[in-house]
Design a protein around this ligand. Structure first.
Ligand code: ADP
Length: 386
């Protein structure tokens, strides 16, 4: 009996030591940087990959408070406040936090990194955290080159496209002689297609600007009601040609906001044109403005196809199109809402929606009444001088 007991306790100690050895081997051998902290954020372990990526020596780091040694920087190169750092959020929420950010290396360089911080929870409270990160400099460079290529290609496509449009309009207007009704129909198909191509080029250019952080924002005081009316006017033909009633619900005020008119209009146009596109002939699309204390909310409601529940979480993802619209062979790229979300972020606004399949959807955009400060403070943002 004794022998068995001593044998089994020896076995437990051995297996715990074995587990520790395995963990140690994993920690030191993984190619990504790994840092372990205790419950107060003091660094207890750092692996060779982390030391190599950041340029530190183990003795500089172990025993130090994590935020003191590993400085996180934002897009503009300024230190991220303690509360916004991934490690703080992981401790506060008890959840794993993953994000791309920048670290300052020992020699002061700004290094792009993809970080995942997992709190170690024991007895329902965090007793430490493990941070794993990798250097994403090459990925950033590839992304930058990709954006540069799209931007260049889009600009180059614009010139021939404007020649196509100009000559088609001249043909339509009879500058090259009389045309038959059949020829007129063909020409208007060409104009429609080149307009769509133009929109696609603008979307691509806007996306590259957003992704590179170089989109310029020029906030000025404007009426969101007037902007919504302008956007509706541009879409009037698309709606009436399909017997869709496009209206602005009665709102009491002009809904003044300080924001960028071009960007705000792009957002409204995208939401309203989606509502028209995904509403069957004879339906209705209603825009509604609501004045709140610090923001104005615009709702774009339609009586259309709606979005299947399973697709809700991905709606703002790049290139995503819900299966119900794909099945109907509607045209689209899945870039519009990704762009809307990026543009709304730049204005300090929010976008969300409610939707039921076969019944319709309402997309909302809320813009702060004064996005000036928010826009100017947003990372990497260029504020155009009025
Ligand atoms: P696109 O319209 O070019 O496909 P978007 O990014 O604008 O791309 O929209 C993404 C997807 O969201 C659409 O393909 C569609 O599945 C869904 N969607 C957007 N707006 C609506 C709407 N008003 N009604 C139903 N589905 C919508």
């Amino acid at each position: 009996m004794m022998a068995t007991a001593s044998y089994s306790s020896g076995g437990a100690a051995e297996s715990a030591a074995e587990e520790r050895a395995k963990t140690e081997a994993v920690f030191t051998s993984i190619g990504d940087g790994a840092i372990a902290t205790d419950e107060f954020g003091k660094i207890t372990r750092i692996n060779p990959a982390a030391l190599k990526i950041l340029g530190f020596k183990e003795k500089d780091v172990v025993g130090e408070w994590f935020p003191n040694i590993i400085v996180t920087l934002d897009d503009a190169g300024a230190p991220v406040s303690l509360i916004d750092r991934p490690i703080t959020r992981a401790f506060l929420t008890g959840q794993t936090v993953s994000e791309k950010t920048y670290y300052r290396t020992k020699n002061g360089a700004r290094l792009p990194v993809a970080v995942t911080v997992s709190p170690i929870i024991y007895n329902e409270r965090p007793i430490g955290a493990i941070e794993v990160f990798r250097d994403v400099t090459v990925e950033y460079e590839i992304d930058r080159m990709k954006s540069e290529f799209i931007s260049l290609a889009s600009h180059q496509l614009r010139t021939p496209l404007s020649a196509i449009k100009t000559y088609t309009h001249m043909l339509m207007d009879g500058y090259m002689g009389d045309i038959t009704p059949e020829q007129r129909r063909s020409l208007s198909t060409i104009i429609g297609a080149s307009n769509r191509m133009n929109e696609l080029i603008s979307t691509l250019l806007n996306i590259t600007r957003i992704e590179s952080g170089s989109i310029s924002v020029q906030p000025r005081m404007l009426s969101l009601k007037k902007l919504a009316e302008e956007a509706m006017k541009d879409l009037d033909h698309a709606a009436t040609s399909r017997d869709i009633t496009l209206t602005l619900a009665h709102s009491t005020s002009d809904c003044m906001v300080r924001t960028d008119s071009l960007i705000a209009k792009e957002i409204i146009s995208n939401l309203a044109s989606n509502a028209i596109k995904y509403t069957p002939d004879g339906g209705s699309v209603t825009l509604k403005l609501t004045n709140r204390a610090h923001s104005v909310v615009l709702g774009v409601q339609d009586t259309g196809l709606g979005i299947p529940k399973a697709a809700h979480a991905q709606i703002f993802t790049k290139f995503f199109r819900a299966p119900n619209v794909v099945k109907l062979e509607t045209s689209g790229t899945g870039l519009g809402l990704y762009l809307v979300k990026g543009l709304a972020d730049r204005l300090g606004g929010k976008v969300w929606f409610t939707s039921e399949e076969h019944k319709g959807s309402t997309f909302y955009i809320s813009l702060p009444k004064d996005s000036n400060k928010i826009a100017a403070n947003a990372a990497g943002l260029v504020v155009r001088k009025s």
